[in-house]
Design a protein around this ligand. Structure first.
Ligand code: AHG
Ligand code: MN
Ligand code: MN
Length: 336
């Protein structure tokens, strides 16, 4: 067995991979790692303490907000404000972006977007949840307040992205555009250790992942694509936590799709907080991420903080097939 490498040690070793001032990103990723440990502790105690259950309000996307969403959101903001490298954040749980104050007169150059708790409907039933984040270099002048343009950047401008899955173990996966690595939390010492080096998505796919219960709400192309997966005898897995569903696909191959449907004509998942960061990771693993009509997610123009999109993400051949089915049945596409 090789020597154990901690997340902090790994980030510092790989600083040269980062195109800008390296210490800044190191500090940011460390802040996120710390927030993840705090969220992990609370997720693990969810059944024990009186923190689960509805917080009696809705987020700006109209979804029910659970208390753990708010806890996770607060920890992300708190820890990202620590090192002074982040000048603003945008979160799935907040209506608008918020500027973060300077720390020790440092001029922060980065903004961070995140989904603090992904799959929150799974909390009460002890099923895995996640956190997703993306880091952009600001486009407005350093030293001035952040603007919406700092956040309205296409996913291809991300300088780093990652996720944490709070599952049978807690794993943090991140990329700075030079491959993807995963780190497993050892709760007894409170450290993330390198556990999955240079992750590559398998080309041969075993799984497809879609909410098949909505079959009749999808257009014909997506219905026929699902039929095609059935004909291939692919295994269906759908956790209802995007992070966990995609985590499986990264290691075992397959496709995750969340199509446009009658309830969500633009798709349900959020471009900024969910789709762009996961798309960067999957592309870095050798996979693809497009809309269900075949447009690359990372090229999508951002015009709204809470913009939604359809998504097909995973092993490249399968993602290309989604596009082919969409095109073949385009003329028959009417969402009832
Ligand atoms: P969130 O908990 O952040 O709102 O995200 C839930 C998302 C995503 O993680 C998951 O894939 C999808 O919603 C599940 O939606 P359905 O229940 O509509 O399938
Ligand atoms: Mn989510
Ligand atoms: Mn969420």
């Amino acid at each position: 067995m090789g020597r154990l490498i901690t997340l902090d040690e790994f980030i510092i070793k790989r600083q040269k991979d980062f195109p800008f001032a390296s210490g800044e990103l190191t500090a940011l990723l460390r802040d996120i790692g710390l927030a993840a440990k705090m969220i992990n502790r609370e997720v693990n105690r969810a059944g024990l303490v009186n923190i689960i259950g509805l917080a009696d309000k809705q987020n700006s996307s109209g979804d029910k907000v659970q208390k753990l969403d708010l806890y996770a959101n607060d920890r992300m903001i708190e820890f990202l404000g620590n090192s002074g490298e982040c000048c603003g954040i945008a979160s799935e749980e907040l209506e608008d972006f918020i500027p973060l104050p300077d720390v020790e007169s440092k001029s922060a150059k980065y903004v961070v977007v995140f989904d603090p708790l992904d799959g929150s409907s799974n909390i009460d039933v002890n099923v895995s949840v996640g956190t997703i984040f993306g880091i952009y270099r600001r486009v407005s002048d350093v030293g001035t307040p952040v603007t919406k343009e700092d956040f309205f950047q296409p996913g291809k401008n991300l300088v780093a992205a990652g996720y944490v899955t709070y599952g049978t173990s807690t794993i943090l996966v991140y990329t700075t555009g030079k491959g993807v690595n995963g780190f497993t939390l050892d709760p007894s010492v409170g450290e993330f250790f390198l556990s999955h080096r240079d992750i590559r998505i398998p080309e041969k796919a075993k799984y497809y992942s879609v909410n098949q219960g909505y079959y009749l709400k999808y257009d014909f192309g997506m219905r026929r694509y699902i039929d095609h997966c059935n004909e291939l005898n692919l295994k269906l897995r759908y956790i209802g936590t995007m992070v966990s569903d995609i985590h499986r696909i990264l290691f075992q191959g397959g496709v995750f799709i969340y199509p446009n449907m009658s309830d969500y004509p633009m798709g349900k998942l959020r471009l900024l907080y969910e789709c762009n960061p996961m798309a960067m990771i999957v592309e870095q693993c050798g996979g693809k991420a497009t809309t269900c009509q075949g447009k690359r997610i990372l090229d999508a123009k951002v015009t709204d903080l809470h913009q939604r999109t359809s998504i097909a993400i995973g092993s490249p051949r399968m993602v290309e097939d989604v596009k082919s089915f969409s095109e073949k049945y385009k003329a028959m596409t009417v969402l009832e």
